[in-house]
Design a protein around this ligand. Sequence first.
Ligand SMILES: [Ca+2]
Length: 201
Amino acid sequence: METVLKRMVVVLVLAVAAAQLEAAMIKRVAPFEGTFFEGFEQVTNNAALTNLMAGLASCAGVDADLTVQNGNYFNLWDQHAFEGAHFLGGAAGYGTPATIEITFAMPVRKFGGVFGHRVRPGVESAGETEFVFYDARGREIGRDHVFIDSLPGGVGAYWQFTRKVKRVTFTYVHPMADALTASLSPVQLQKFQRATRGASQ
Ligand SMILES: [Ca+2]
């Protein structure tokens, strides 16, 4: 009986340690300007967002349609861009949460940007956008929630990772994003620059 109890304690201690480890892998940090930036101002193919951040990032919708919008004109989100004129929007139908997925060619150590969602005068749209972070092996390394209210405009959110992040998803009803930024480790940056130089020759 005592042995069983001891084993249970060991399992519990390990579980707590694992949870603490996971909690430590992502950390919210102050706004920063990373090596890579995407403001969606120069997107050449609105239908395939595969060459963002100078080739470091691509965006896709998970059961959602993505589009780059000119916020100076009427748009579904009733929003202006948070930077420049254009922003990224996701749609999955009325009242249905849409997931935007960003995949990096090389895992990043920092990521952030300005995030928002569709707003309409007199309509309560406040809520938490959920971010999920995955490592290079596709394992979830953490989640975060960013509260965004019903007023036009976005909320900046920035993270640093102790295990590098290959993929990020964020989910809300009609989410939007702009001014995304990311940084690689110095070693990864060299690798990326070598790879992109090779590709352009
Ligand atoms: Ca922009």
